[in-house]
Design a protein around this ligand. Sequence first.
Ligand SMILES: [Zn+2]
Length: 116
Amino acid sequence: MQTSAEGTSPVEPHLLGDVLPELAVELERHLIEANACDIAEQVRTLPILARCGCDGCGSFYTAPEPDGPWGPGHQSWGLNSQLILDLVNRRIVFVEVLDRDDIRDALSRLFPQQNP
Ligand SMILES: [Zn+2]
């Protein structure tokens, strides 16, 4: 792991569009269909900060995990039965991915240190 001389961010975040390009395309498609272009354009550059700790799901955080609830401005947006977005003031903060072994496996390769 490289350390940054400028002391900005010590770890380069994994970006959704780089790591899970197929999921990024899928999310974008759903959001554009829902006329949510402002949200669709966030998708590719979303940082994957942590994955959900529970067993078997492929959900991940794209904003730091809050201490409690997400707070005002939070909404949950189901795109289909497998994909649910959590938004705060129309920023994607958490992507819930259910029953998708491909995504779950990719995430466990990214975060091997995080055991459920
Ligand atoms: Zn989970």
